[in-house]
Design a protein around this ligand. Structure first.
Ligand code: NIG
Length: 390
């Protein structure tokens, strides 16, 4: 017996962003007065308004776009660092040292509490239009708590990243190489069953290029995909290392040299900007236009974490990227949808085109411009796709 199929139509769409230039106007592939038919979770048809299906959602003339693909978050954590943020706003610099504060709180939190906190943050992200999300570990920093964080995250998303090399935990002070050995052996082995990716924080005050390379090579040998944090607080070897190792993405990219731009433009490594982190840490905003003009693939992600970027709002990140990083609204929306998909090497999300996942965000606005034009306004009327049931 053939299993029964269930179809849904989003109808009466004023402006549909497909991200497929073959389906509509401009780079966003915009179709006006449109409908999208989704059958068993997959886009079956994009066409004029008036299509029929088992279930109908009336978009009432508003704008619909692919669900946001948030390719960089640190959602598994306990504790609060609002005091640190307040001090920073009063003039203290950000140096990443607060990662240890969150690590202490996370290690001592019961698993049920961590699970509940992740669910709350995922619900928040979904309400804000996100349908695909990556979650890193990195606040366990020992074998048991890194594995526990990944196991919790992996119950919600396949896009989980082992970030044991986030910061040197206090018990390893003065013994960074011994810690890296642990990350590359026992900790990695415990992480692998729950992780798709491996990551490291390549920055002064975190880990150097050789230490990060060791982590990436060990992760690759264990079958994980590669990503890297780099060039967040200053220029450094992160971008070049990520390109050399074939990372899917290098994230932050706040401080780039000309040769970093050239290396990214000539590679498959996606440059992921994290505008809310630059906002919250008072870093100078990077010039995204410089990378786009050079031909690099660019993503935008929330970097939701308790220290440098406590937001799940991709709309906020888009508004900042447009206002302060010189992206056009269209470039920023692409970066937060198909760019995020490229950063996760996913070919099934980030577009509303036949064969892609039927993950959609319905705005309370007639055009996509409103995402940057009306900053801080809750414009997401409905999000269709996973994460909704967490
Ligand atoms: O991506 N850069 C390193 N990790 C996080 C910050 C973590 C924290 O401050 O707790 C980031 O910004």
């Amino acid at each position: 017996m053939t299993p029964s199929t269930r179809s849904l139509v989003i109808d009466n769409i004023g402006s549909l962003i497909t991200n497929d230039p073959e389906l509509g106007m401009g780079p966003l592939g915009i179709v006006e007065q449109a409908s999208v038919v989704i059958t068993d979770g997959i886009v079956e048809e994009v066409g004029p308004a008036g299509a029929v299906a088992d279930e109908r959602i009336d978009a009432e003339g508003s704008c619909v776009l692919p669900g946001f693909v948030d390719s960089h978050t640190h959602l598994v954590f306990a504790g609060d660092r609002s005091e640190e943020f307040a001090k920073r706003m009063a003039g203290e610099p950000y140096d990443g040292g607060g990662i240890q504060v969150t690590t202490d709180a996370t290690r001592s939190a019961p698993t049920e509490l961590l699970d509940q906190l992740v669910r709350q943050r995922l619900r928040e992200a979904h309400r804000a239009g996100t349908t695909t999300i990556e979650i890193k570990s990195g606040y366990g920093l020992n074998v048991e708590d890194e594995a526990r964080s990944l196991e919790i995250a992996n119950a919600f998303t396949p896009e989980t990243t082992f970030l044991g090399a986030h910061l040197l935990p206090t018990e390893f002070r003065g013994r960074a190489d011994a810690y890296i050995d642990l990350v590359c052996t026992e900790m990695l082995a415990a992480a692998v069953p729950h992780a798709r990716w491996v990551d490291a924080f390549c920055e002064d005050g975190a880990f150097d290029a050789d230490q990060c390379r060791a982590v990436l090579e060990a992760g690759k040998s264990a079958g994980l995909g590669l990503r890297l944090h780099g060039n967040q607080l200053g220029t450094g070897p992160g971008v070049q290392l990520a390109v050399e190792c074939g990372c899917a993405a290098v994230d932050h990219c706040t401080h780039l040299t000309d040769s970093d731009v050239e290396a990214l433009a000539g590679s498959d490594t996606v440059a992921t900007f994290l505008p809310a982190a630059d906002f919250s840490t008072r870093q100078p905003y990077p010039d995204a236009r410089r990378l786009l003009d050079a031909g690099a693939t660019v993503a935008i992600a929330s970097n939701c974490n308790p220290g440098s970027s406590y937001t799940t709002s991709i709309s906020f990140c888009i508004a900042v990227a447009v206002r302060d990083m010189h992206m056009t609204i269209e470039q920023a929306i692409q970066a937060a949808t198909s760019g995020g998909a490229a950063a996760l090497r996913r070919q099934d999300v980030g577009r509303l085109a036949p064969g892609y996942a039927g993950h959609a965000t319905i705005l309370d606005a007639p055009t996509h411009h409103h995402l940057a034009y009306r900053p801080g306004v809750p414009l997401i009327r409905q999000t269709i796709g996973p994460l909704g049931s967490v």
